[in-house]
Design a protein around this ligand. Structure first.
Ligand code: CA
Length: 232
C-alpha cells in the first residue's frame, strides 16, 4: 500500500449487521470506511468527506437509495455500488438509470463485494489517468478525458461516470461497431446475464443528455442486434 493514497468508502445501510460486516471486510482490504444508516446522513457525510466510492443499500427508511443516488450524482462524480434485496430486473435497471455504476443482489458474498469495489475504483483510476485522455472533437461534440468534460456545441453536459466511459469508448473510434458484450468487458470488467439491457439503459440515458434524435442520430448509431457505433 506504500505510496498509494488510502481510498475512502462510504457504506449506506440501515441493517446494522450488514453494515458492520461490510465495514470490517473493506477495512481489512485497506480502505477507510465511513458508515451512514439513512439517506440524509449519507448525503451529509458524502458532501463533507467526499468518499471515493459509495456502497448504497436500495431499501432505506425515509429516503430510498434511488433518491440518495440521484442526489449524490448531482453533487459530483462519486461511483455508486447499489445493494438491492429485490431481484426484479426493473429494479436493477432503475438503479442504473439514476447513475449507479454497478449493483449486487442480497444476499451477496463479502468477497464479491470487495471485488466489485476494487473493480469500480480501478476503472475510475484508469479513466482519470488515461494516457489517451487527449480531447476528442467530432460533430460539435467535445469529450475531454482528463478534465472529464463533455460539451455539445460549446455547452457542458453532465454525465455519470459510466455514461462518460461509454461515450469515450465509442467516440475514440468513429465508425467502429462496439458490441454490448465488448462494452460490458471494457467498462464493467465482466459480463452479466442481463448485460445487453444494462448497457442499453445507459446508452439511452446518454443519448437523451446529448440531445439525440432517435430517428436521425447525430453521434451514436444503433447497429441492430449487435451494439453501437459513433458516427464517422
Ligand atoms: Ca435496508
Amino acid at each position: 500500500m506504500s505510496g498509494v493514497a488510502t481510498k475512502t468508502v462510504l457504506v449506506v445501510e440501515d441493517e446494522e449487521a450488514i453494515a458492520e460486516a461490510v465495514r470490517a471486510r473493506l477495512q481489512s482490504e485497506g480502505y477507510e470506511v465511513l458508515v451512514a444508516a439513512d439517506g440524509p446522513e449519507a448525503i451529509h457525510v458524502h458532501a463533507e468527506r467526499r468518499p471515493d466510492l459509495v456502497v448504497l443499500d436500495l431499501m432505506l427508511p425515509g429516503m430510498d437509495g434511488l433518491e440518495v443516488c440521484q442526489r449524490i450524482q448531482r453533487d459530483g462524480w462519486t461511483p455508486v455500488l447499489m445493494l438491492t434485496a429485490r431481484t426484479e430486473e426493473a429494479d436493477k435497471v432503475a438503479g442504473f438509470a439514476v447513475g449507479a455504476d454497478d449493483y449486487l443482489t442480497k444476499p451477496f458474498s463479502l468477497r464479491e463485494l470487495a471485488a466489485r469495489v476494487q473493480a469500480i475504483l480501478r476503472r475510475r483510476e484508469r479513466i482519470e489517468g488515461s494516457a489517451d485522455g487527449a480531447p476528442i472533437e467530432r460533430h460539435g461534440l467535445l469529450v475531454d478525458g482528463r478534465r472529464r468534460l463533455v460539451e455539445v456545441d460549446g455547452e457542458e453536459i453532465q454525465l455519470t461516470p459510466l455514461e462518460f466511459e461509454i461515450l469515450h469508448v465509442l467516440a475514440r473510434e468513429p465508425g467502429v461497431v462496439v458490441s454490448r458484450d465488448q462494452l460490458m468487458d471494457r467498462i464493467w470488467g465482466y459480463r452479466d446475464h442481463a448485460g445487453g439491457r444494462v448497457v442499453d439503459s445507459h446508452v439511452a440515458r446518454l443519448r437523451r443528455k446529448l440531445g439525440e434524435d432517435g430517428n436521425d442520430p447525430r453521434f451514436i448509431r444503433t447497429v441492430h442486434g449487435v451494439g453501437y457505433a459513433f458516427k464517422e
